[in-house]
Design a protein around this ligand. Structure first.
Ligand SMILES: [Zn+2]
Length: 212
């Protein structure tokens, strides 16, 4: 699929996975869904190979007629890597809590991908002391954001999804007792199966992401 970069106006191509078929998807405790047979595409953020600017999925526009007629070099949109997300947090001054939340959620997922083994590269969960610090800080901030953000227009079910997400961050932070206390506040029977899995993982003192 071709798009036009809003920054440098280059034509950029990107393989999009637009399938909405979730029947075969695997759902994970950190909120990530993985579709088998499709490239893993968590890509709400991309980097333009022509100008190195970051783009959100919602920034992507169909190319204008003029852009289509310009014969340009082949540029492409790349999914950001873990290092890119960490770099954005350390170099950009991010004041928008939603943007910070979005980036931190992806950092969480990308670390956890090492456990999910979505790639063929076998990696240690933590590769350095620096990574461990990034991981710990990330969990801390995500929890803070979950606890202090006024979530808009939430009905009880949506609110309980946020409690489940908080419980998961507590579990991944090895705060198992607190995780169970938060799980106890979730009442909707719809979430019983997820609660049971998280509770069992807490009993086993397992802080790693699990399929649910
Ligand atoms: Zn560009």
């Amino acid at each position: 699929m071709e798009f036009q970069c809003p920054h440098c106006k280059s034509l950029v191509s990107k393989v999009m996975t637009l399938s909405s078929n979730t029947i075969w998807a695997t759902f994970y405790s950190d909120g990530r869904q993985i579709w088998p047979h499709l490239p893993s595409d968590d890509g709400s953020l991309f980097i333009c190979s022509a100008c190195n600017e970051y783009l959100r999925r919602s920034d992507l526009r169909k190319p204008s007629f003029i852009a289509k007629t310009i014969k340009s070099n082949k540029h492409y949109l790349d999914n950001l890597k873990l290092e890119d997300y960490i770099k954005i947090l350390s170099t950009d001054h991010i004041t928008d809590p939603w943007k910070e939340f979005h980036i931190r959620k992806r950092i969480l997922w990308m670390f956890n991908d090492r456990i999910r083994k979505v790639t063929w590269i076998i990696q240690a969960f933590m590769q350095s002391e620096e990574e461990r610090q990034v991981w710990n800080k990330n969990l801390e901030r995500l929890l803070e954001i979950y606890q202090t953000t006024p979530w808009p227009n939430n009905d009880q079910e949506e609110l309980e999804k946020i409690y489940l997400a908080q419980a998961e961050i507590l579990r991944e932070s090895k705060r198992f007792d607190e995780c169970v206390s938060v799980l106890d506040t979730v009442e909707n029977e719809k979430f019983d199966k997820v609660k049971e899995k998280l509770r069992k993982a807490c009993e086993e003192q397992n802080p790693y992401v699990i399929a649910i």
